[in-house]
Design a protein around this ligand. Structure first.
Ligand code: IPM
Ligand code: MG
Length: 358
């Protein structure tokens, strides 16, 4: 099979962790006889430096010409402390999501049994946690009307949703619930927000098409609380852009490190895979960042975009093996025996090469 992949490593630790995924991809390509065609593009602060645009047209074309996109991270501290900066790296990510129509963000949160003691939450509360967040990604307050008035003394952001945007995201949620444990939770703030009431009404009207799915409706503040109390009580959650942004960061630490969590952003034409962590500038260039979130994002890509179930499973097994044997980066190690980013990548490649002969 030919796998045509756009590689947008971005800023900070993005390039280091993406490099590990590419190593894994090339090794699987050799093993399974896939032809890997990679094309790199600039995005984020590195793209601003060169083009004054965090998501330049050149990069967009590379994405359009590929079957899937592997993304690293974006963000640079030189923009964070300047609220007046006209162009910001994060705008690149938002522009990319919108222009590629990536309306659904899938963020699985799973605990690894070998890392239960790394979690800030008690083991008995998190054991068995396996959640899938389906976050709406191209609407809501992120993309509504915004601005300033009254001589800059008043600012507003508007949350907007139409029924079709809710239907398409809910459909993904229902379909995943069908493949998993048949439980779907719609997370909103319907006691206050009109957009949330439209979410609830729309999801309710779809229930009859999925009679075997048990649907619950919960307020986002209550979910934020229950996620740390009883995370293993949830299965598939669907929610709006901002609520999903916040809840998925909260949920990502349940497993012990944000450096483990992959994600997929999908639309009807394109799909992009990225770790949920950010650019972690303090670690950039130090070879200490955890590459597993990126490697698991690659696994999601092989599964979702290319239907290569076996290859995807091999990656997941190799990752579990490295965690079980504590071949991990410093974020997951309480002693001094931790490995570098490159070494964890090498371990996973080695494990695949030694254990899977075809
Ligand atoms: C994420 C990030 C982005 C978001 C930022 C970098 C714009 O936090 O992917 O969750 O808010 O969506
Ligand atoms: Mg976020």
């Amino acid at each position: 099979m030919i796998l045509k992949i756009a590689v947008l490593s971005g800023d900070g630790i993005g390039p280091e962790v993406t490099k590990q995924s590419i190593k894994v991809l090339k090794s699987l390509g050799k093993k399974f006889n896939h032809k890997i065609e990679l094309e790199s593009g600039l995005v984020g602060a590195v793209a601003i430096d060169k083009y004054n645009d965090p998501y330049p047209d050149e990069t967009h074309q590379i994405c359009l010409n590929s079957d899937a996109i592997l993304f690293g991270a974006i963000g640079d501290p030189k923009y964070d402390n300047d609220p007046k900066a006209k162009v910001r790296p994060e705008q690149g990510l938002l522009k990319m999501r919108k222009k590629l129509g990536l309306y659904a963000n899938l963020r699985p949160t799973k605990v690894f049994e070998s890392l239960l003691d790394m979690s800030p939450i008690k083991e008995e509360r998190i054991s068995g946690t396996d959640i899938l967040f389906v976050r709406e990604l191209t609407g809501g307050i992120y993309f509504g009307e915004r601005g300033r008035r009254d001589n800059d003394n008043f600012a507003f952001d508007t949350c907007e949703y139409n029924r079709d945007e809710i239907i398409r995201i809910a459909k993904i949620g229902f379909e995943y619930a069908q493949k998993r444990s048949s439980k779907l939770c719609c997370v909103d703030k319907a006691n206050v927000l009109e957009t949330s009431r439209l979410w609830r009404e729309t999801v309710q009207s779809m229930e009859k098409n999925y009679p075997n799915i048990e649907v619950s409706y919960e307020f986002v503040d209550a979910v934020a609380m229950r996620l740390v109390q009883w995370p293993n009580s949830y299965d598939v959650l669907i929610t709006s852009n901002l609520f999903g942004d916040i809840l998925t960061d909260e949920a990502s630490v349940i497993s012990g490190s944000m450096g483990l969590m992959p994600s997929a952003s999908v639309g009807s034409e394109n799909a992009l895979y990225e770790p949920i962590h950010g650019s972690y500038p303090e670690a950039a260039g130090k070879n200490i960042a955890n590459p597993i979130a990126s490697i698991l994002s690659l696994s999601m890509m092989l599964d979702h975009s290319f239907n290569l179930k076996k290859e995807s499973e091999i990656i997941n097994n190799a990752v579990e093996e490295s965690l079980r044997n504590k071949y991990v980066t410093p974020d997951l190690s309480s002693d001094k025996s931790s490995l570098s980013t490159d070494q964890v990548g090498d371990y996973i490649v080695d494990f695949i090469e030694k254990n899977y002969r075809i």
